[in-house]
Design a protein around this ligand. Structure first.
Ligand code: SF4
Length: 70
């Protein structure tokens, strides 16, 4: 299951291609971290991401409480 904080947004000054974004950290996610966000390769956001663990109590549901399009 993908992390509920995971979103895809275009870079503000980019070409519009959606990039992995963390709603908990409020920043774009580096490629290696995105594997955790998407629970790839046996990784699990609940155990492998310190940002998720620090924010799990305030979980935002399906990842988009901001109203922005994913
Ligand atoms: S796994 Fe961590 S970095 Fe990725 S969206 Fe969730 S909280 Fe953010």
């Amino acid at each position: 299951m993908t992390c509920p904080f995971s979103e895809y947004r275009p870079l503000p000054d980019g070409d519009g291609t959606p990039r992995a974004y963390c709603a908990a950290a409020e920043e774009f996610v580096q490629a290696m971290r995105a594997d955790i966000c998407n629970d790839r390769y046996g990784l699990d956001h609940a155990t492998d991401c310190e940002i998720y663990r620090a924010n799990a109590d305030g979980e935002v549901g399906n990842g988009n409480e901001s109203g922005d399009a994913p």
